[in-house]
Ligand binder design. Structure first.
Ligand SMILES: Nc1nc2c(c(=O)[nH]1)N[C@H]1C(S)=C(S)[C@@H](COP(=O)(O)OP(=O)(O)OC[C@H]3O[C@@H](n4cnc5c(=O)[nH]c(N)nc54)[C@H](O)[C@@H]3O)O[C@H]1N2
Ligand SMILES: Nc1nc2c(c(=O)[nH]1)N[C@H]1C(S)=C(S)[C@@H](COP(=O)(O)OP(=O)(O)OC[C@H]3O[C@@H](n4cnc5c(=O)[nH]c(N)nc54)[C@H](O)[C@@H]3O)O[C@H]1N2
Ligand SMILES: [Mo]
Length: 760
């Protein structure tokens, strides 16, 4: 399965060097400009990058980090990786019907994702008819008819699955979920199920809302910023500018990360002369090189020390919380030996961190995938909440909880109702606004969707963006699941593996990207997005569309809805021509969107309400924030095995591989590598450069293996290893998922390294 599911590249030029000690700086500027000009040419580069994250321009599609206030924006408010994302979308390369005539699907399967992405933008709707080995062009009306016929022929609406990736705009997402619920199902899995679902679950339960509680200003004003399980230098580079400001104002930073990520060590701000030629800003004051999955133990231990020192904000605790005593008693009984085993940290290291937290008047707690993708992820994030509550770090300036979101509109999509478990109040509001009867039973999340397709309980799979087959865990099983369906539909900008692993019939519906002008019958349209800090604002593309045959996501979704359901209860066609009609619907259904049309277009947009942040009110059943007590579980790793995390290189956006340069880790020219500490290499009798198979251990007899990976000596705690996503997704067992969020455990997979079964 390796070659057809992963493709195979020539990685003979793989080079490994010492990782650098800083991020950004002049190299980042150079890489950004070079990639821009390579893909887009000089004119489009200037035109597109000039509008990126500017008032009246378009929102960067690379990550969900917020923009500074309009007055504080730089002329170039983007980062190297944002520029790469724009170049990837605004490329001049095209994937045309002639391309598909030249390349059979089997041909394309043998290529890597990197190669597929480099072929350029999709230009025409395409169909793969049953039994055919080629895609052929199809017109939009016929494509819509195929979808409508398949959907109407199902025994139950629950036999269809509607996936969303987090780049979809608020307007597209709202129209999509309305279509899906009018059709009759809540089967709306999304990328969030694999991403920050654990954060949403933990925060909803403890503070009554599944979103972070900080503004950008809180980072600037913080005394202390904890960054746990996040690599901002690569994945949220503009966050480094905020950290730089905070540092200048005297803030301290704790990095909790198994790896010493360059972006957390030192930042050379490329927007300032000093950053380009000088030494930059040292960022991290304390680095805790934690063992994978050790964070629950760490935050419990910090809690125990805060209790021991009575460094508790008792006024906050008694006015706003419940459950303090149970939590206090629970953490006070902590077994420090277990803490040592789970974290790999000394009591001194943990005490130093707890001291910084105890001495801080206002702390912001940031986290990302290093915390969310574990079996105990929800419990871990609840433990971060416990510490924040104990310190009164919610709803005051300079403090708060900050889950740093991934996709640029993943948070907005959830606000718009992309969720397999919608709240009854949301469905009530939908039913009151439109003549629809949304189903009340929950739908499938991502993992459940794969099971449903495998079992034949679902036979139509529609994706609004993303690359499901490579984003989902257990690639082999996910591919089997998709291949069992009758119809797969991908609404996409670029070619990816999900176009090649398909149902009996497959459609590619090519769409406009963020950078492109969107003209409809009622005039030029804009869309809106919500960032990681709940700021909603407009985004307008200016470039000419990559092809005259493209449609916007809104037009595609409303077109499918009209073809399937007709313009009756909802006037889909009108919505597709005038997105203002969709925004009017959002205003009626979703709280916080009053006067949406006007506020969306004012400079900087507007901030959605967040009761804990705004007024220390908590929409939990008790009306208070909840302390929770979670038991410590330590993942059993048999002798000779390692705990593997699957992570991003500096040169990719999720499954889109921009290039083969993981510059900040010193790994160039290849991605099929497994990073292991020198101590473990010695113990396992392996040397750097050796070829191995990585084999996952799980309680079934499926062979989960990726072949021919090169061993790289890398500083990661004893017993742990790291390798890139998505090449290692075949190793993540489908049923290995977080309790309480069902998020695949992509950051803790038990593996062993075997001699390679690929001839070198
Ligand atoms: N350029 C670029 N930007 C992106 C993306 C991209 O692929 N490329 N992806 C976007 C998306 S969708 C997301 S969700 C975010 C992802 O942003 P991140 O969460 O930063 O992404 P990962 O590469 O998965 O990195 C996880 C980090 O957590 C650490 N880690 C792993 N396991 C543990 C653990 O058990 N404990 C602790 N404390 N740390 C751990 C890893 O060493 C690594 O530094 O970025 C978004 N932005
Ligand atoms: N092993 C492992 N697996 C993981 C992770 C991990 O850390 N480890 N991370 C998980 C996380 S955090 C996430 S968010 C998921 C990501 O899962 P997805 O969101 O499904 O994957 P992406 O790679 O972001 O999707 C890329 C594709 O989106 C399409 N696209 C790009 N722009 C647009 C657009 O504007 N509109 C439309 N319609 N399509 C567009 C392009 O065709 C491109 O090929 O993966 C998850 N999977
Ligand atoms: Mo994500």
């Amino acid at each position: 399965m390796d070659e057809t599911l992963l493709g195979r590249a020539d990685e003979s030029r793989l080079k490994v060097a010492e990782p650098p000690d800083h991020a950004a700086g002049v190299t980042a500027v150079g890489v950004a400009l070079r990639r821009g000009v390579e893909e887009m040419g000089p004119v489009r580069s200037v035109r597109s990058l000039r509008r990126l994250n500017q008032v009246g321009g378009f929102d960067c599609m690379s990550c969900a980090w917020p923009d500074p206030d309009p007055e504080h924006r730089h002329l170039a408010e983007f980062c190297e990786n944002g520029a790469k994302a724009v170049a990837e979308e605004a490329t001049k390369q095209r994937v045309t019907p002639e391309f598909f005539a030249r390349h059979s699907i089997d041909d394309l399967l043998r290529q890597t994702d990197h190669w597929l992405g480099k072929q350029g933008r999709l230009t025409h709707p395409m169909v793969r008819r049953p039994g055919s080995d080629h895609y052929e062009p199809i017109d939009w009306a016929e494509a819509e008819r195929i979808v409508a016929e398949h959907l109407r022929a199902l025994g139950s609406p629950d036999e269809a699955i509607f996936y969303t990736s987090g780049r979809a705009s608020n307007e597209a997402a709202f129209a999509y979920q309305l279509f899906v619920r009018a059709f009759g199902t809540n089967n709306l899995p999304d990328c969030s199920n694999m991403c920050h679902e654990s954060s949403g679950s933990a925060l909803s339960e403890t503070i009554g809302i599944g979103k972070g509680s900080v503004h950008l200003q809180d980072l600037y004003a913080a005394d202390l910023i904890v960054i746990a399980g996040q690599n901002p230098g690569t994945n949220h580079p503009r966050m480094l500018s905020a950290l730089e400001i905070a540092k200048k104002r005297g803030a301290k930073i704790i990095a909790v990360n198994p790896l010493r990520e360059a972006g957390l060590v030192n930042f050379r701000n490329p927007q300032k002369p000093r950053g380009v030629i000088g030494h930059g800003t040292g960022l991290t004051d304390l680095h805790l090189p934690i063992r994978l999955n050790g964070d629950l133990a760490l935050f419990q231990a910090i809690g125990a020390l805060l209790v021991e020192w009575d460094a508790i904000d008792h006024a906050f605790v008694s006015a706003y919380t419940t459950g303090f005593e149970e939590w206090r008693d629970h953490v006070s009984a902590l077994d420090w030996e277990q803490v040592g085993a789970a974290t790999g940290l000394s009591r001194e290291q943990i005490t130093e961190a707890a001291r910084l937290i105890a001495d801080s008047k206002a702390t912001v707690y940031c986290w990302a995938m290093g915390l969310t993708q574990h079996r105990n992820a929800v419990a871990t994030i609840k433990e971060v909440v416990n510490v924040a509550l104990a310190r009164g770090d919610i709803g005051k300036p300079g403090a708060g909880l900050c889950p740093v979101r991934g996709h640029s509109n993943v948070q907005g999509d959830r606000t718009m109702g992309i969720w397999e478990r919608p709240r009854p109040a949301f469905l009530d509001a939908l039913a009151a606004t439109y003549d629809v009867h949304p189903p009340r039973h929950p739908g499938y999340d991502t993992v459940e969707s794969i099971h449903a397709m495998l079992a034949g309980r679902a036979s139509v799979f529609i994706a609004l963006g993303g690359n499901f087959v490579h984003a989902a865990p257990d690639t082999g099983l996910t591919a089997e699941a998709l291949a069992r369906t009758d119809l797969t539909v991908q609404v996409s900008t670029k070619l990816n593996r999900s176009h090649l692993i398909t149902g009996r019939t497959a459609l590619i519906l090519p769409t406009l990207g963020r950078t492109e002008r969107d003209d409809r019958a009622s005039g030029p349209q804009f869309i809106t997005v919500e960032d990681s800090m709940s700021v909603v604002h407009a985004s307008r593309g200016r470039l000419d569309p990559a092809s005259e045959h493209l449609r916007s996501e809104v037009a595609i979704v409303t077109g499918l809805a009209a073809a399937t359901l007709g313009d009756g209860a909802v006037d889909w066609t009108a919505m597709g021509e005038d997105y203002g009609l969709i925004r009017a619907g959002i205003e009626r259904v979703v709280p916080g969107f009053d006067d949406f049309e006007r506020r969306a277009t004012q400079p900087g947009g507007f901030v959605l309400p967040h009761p804990p942040r705004d007024s220390r009110t908590f929409a939990t059943p008790s009306g208070r924030a909840h302390f929770t007590a979670s038991s410590l579980e330590i993942i059993e790793v048999p002798p000779g095995h390692l705990l593997l995390q699957t992570l991003r290189s500096h040169d990719q956006f999720n499954t889109t591989v921009y290039g083969l340069s993981d510059r900040y880790r010193g790994i160039e020219g290849g991605r099929r590598v497994v990073m292991v500490g020198r101590g473990d290499l010695e113990a396992l009798g392996l040397s750097p450069g050796e070829l191995v198979d990585v084999v996952a251990v799980w309680d079934d007899d499926r062979d989960r293996r990726v072949r021919g990976f090169r061993v790289v000596a890398y500083d990661t705690p004893r017993g742990t290893a790291a390798a890139y996503f998505p090449e290692t997704n075949p190793l993540v067992p489908l049923d290995s998922a977080a309790e309480g969020s069902n998020t695949p455990t992509s950051k803790s997979v038990v593996v062993r390294l075997e001699p390679s079964t690929v001839p070198s």
